[in-house]
Design a protein around this ligand. Structure first.
Ligand SMILES: Nc1ncnc2c1ncn2[C@@H]1O[C@H](COP(=O)(O)OP(=O)(O)OP(=O)(O)O)[C@@H](O)[C@H]1O
Ligand SMILES: [Mg+2]
Length: 218
């Protein structure tokens, strides 16, 4: 199995306490994995570690077989651009909804034509076409979450890290987003998603992992 992500002996210490202690996690390319566990069990920390956004007290993270970690070492940027993270409390850029989607594509040097093509494709998939010109500061909490998700999806990343992507979405939107995650991504896209919704984990994931006090349960 080719690996998208691998954590070996990863330990994260916060506030003097070990909050993540993963001896081994291997995620194959194209796998869809749900990460469950009680509040404070380390789901978000694991996703941040996978995204190279926290310092590790021990261990290593490999992304597509290459060593990956927090920092600015040469080569890290190219590796980082193969993934996208939707944080649990996402911050949007101070621009329009469409501007939020376009920003990451601009940073990656993607042509204007391709930027427009991808925004035109993804805005309606998330039902955001009518909000495209609206300032991000004038969105509801649920709308902000949809934009954060769209901003990640438009990058068409090889590894998608989602931290409770459907929290605060209503009954009408939940199936739309779940269908999108199930059907609109290429089969080679790897997804690691934290969720409190056990039924959703079963619906969307081929494998469900459970964290307890920072450790993966067997
Ligand atoms: N900046 C921080 N400083 C100290 N402790 C932290 C910090 N951030 C998180 N923690 C602690 O790390 C542990 C894991 O937090 P994490 O956010 O990963 O949990 P989680 O499983 O995502 O929880 P939730 O279901 O509430 O989102 C918790 O005990 C939390 O209190
Ligand atoms: Mg969390």
């Amino acid at each position: 199995m080719s690996e998208a992500l691998r954590l070996e002996g990863v330990r994260v210490v916060r506030g003097g306490r070990t909050v993540l202690d993963v001896s081994s996690l291997r995620v194959g390319i194209g796998e869809r994995i749900a990460l469950t566990g009680p509040v404070g069990s380390g789901k978000s920390t694991l996703l941040l570690a996978a995204a190279g956004l926290v310092d590790l007290a021990a261990g290593q993270v490999l992304l597509f077989g290459d060593l990956f970690h927090a920092g600015r070492a040469p080569g890290l940027l190219a590796l980082r651009r193969r993934l996208a993270l939707v944080a649990q409390e996402p911050c949007l850029f101070s621009t329009t909804v469409r501007g939020n989607l376009a920003a990451g594509l601009t940073y990656r040097g993607i042509s204007r034509q391709e930027r427009d093509r991808r925004c035109d494709a993804w805005l309606p998939r998330l039902g955001l076409e009518d909000l495209a010109g609206r300032s991000a500061s004038q969105l509801s909490g649920g709308e902000r979450r949809l934009v954060a998700l769209a901003r990640a999806l438009v990058l068409e990343p090889e590894l998608l890290l989602l931290d409770e992507p459907t929290t605060h979405l209503d009954r009408a939107l939940l199936p739309r987003v779940e269908t999108l995650l199930a059907d609109a991504l290429p089969p080679t896209t790897t997804v690691l998603m934290a969720t409190h919704d056990a039924a959703q984990a079963v619906r969307l994931a081929g494998r469900v992992l459970s964290l307890e006090d920072g450790r993966l349960e067997a």
